[in-house]
Design a protein around this ligand. Structure first.
Ligand code: ADP
Ligand code: MG
Length: 242
């Protein structure tokens, strides 16, 4: 039986709120407004995953599906320096792919099975999970078809998380559409995209928001083993930290 591992987020406070970090064999969804740090968290975890266990890592490689074109190798290198690891090596351990549409997003996921079969990978990032579904299926009448295709994608991701002992980290947008799922609404009434299908696929959901000054706040909204609680973090050159 595979042993589940917890990987640090870079913030001790946030790790504590998550009982030690994000767990392998699970789908973790991080959602919130533009610029609250979703992509920065993905970059930070892409480095930390490679670190030894005693540093919060999993000695693992990383697969990164980028749907918005916001992956920056320079950020990986800066974050690598914070942890004292070779910046070029840190980049080499990340299998990066840019998805241009939902079909490609699903194909890239399938294609990663060969990478994951090496048992070297511990993190799969999808930044962001819903953006291409929202553009490819933007018509009102296309919502049920979208949810069906999305469901297939999420089932595959869930299966891979379990089979290959991965943390799946999905970022997601918030929307103010009043017709959207009423589940997990933030204090401001905003909800993550993806409706019930995504809500049920996510093992743990984190709502990110801007706090005072440079501070950001993460709220655990849905977790099987953590109470609903908040943690603050900041974004630095070295990535997410306290
Ligand atoms: P999201 O993906 O949630 O839209 P990002 O993860 O892109 O947001 O976070 C954007 C924020 O990260 C911005 O506020 C920006 O100032 C901050 N940021 C990006 N790079 C750095 C850096 N090198 N040092 C400090 N803050 C940074
Ligand atoms: Mg982003």
């Amino acid at each position: 039986r595979k042993k589940c591992i917890r990987i640090s987020t870079g913030s001790k406070q946030l790790d504590a709120a998550l009982n030690g970090g994000f767990q392998t064999m699970s789908i973790n969804e991080v959602y919130g407004e533009f610029r609250c740090g979703k992509t920065q968290l993905a970059h930070t975890m892409a480095v930390i995953t490679q670190l030894p266990r005693e540093m919060g890592g999993a000695e693992g490689k990383v697969a990164y599906i980028d749907t918005e074109g916001t992956f920056r190798p320079e950020r990986i290198m800066e974050i690598a320096e914070r942890f004292g690891v070779d910046p070029d090596q840190a980049c080499e351990n990340i299998a990066y792919a840019r998805a241009q549409n939902t079909e490609m997003q699903a194909e890239l996921l399938d294609g990663l099975a060969a990478n994951f079969a090496t048992n070297e990978y511990r993190l799969l990032v999808i930044d962001s999970v819903m953006s291409l579904y929202r553009t490819d299926y933007s018509g009102r009448g296309e919502l049920s078809e979208r949810q069906q295709v999305l469901g297939q994608f999420l089932r595959r991701a869930t299966q891979m998380a379990e089979e290959f002992n991965l943390v799946v980290l999905m970022t997601n947008q918030v929307m103010s559409d009043p017709g959207a799922s009423a589940l997990f609404a933030g204090a401001d009434g905003r909800k993550p995209a993806g409706g019930h299908i995504l809500a049920h696929a996510s093992t743990t959901r984190l709502l990110l928001r801007k706090g005072r000054g440079e501070e950001r706040v993460a709220k655990i909204v849905d977790s099987p083993d953590c109470p609903e609680r908040e943690a603050t973090y900041i974004i630095t050159t070295g990535g997410i930290t306290d």
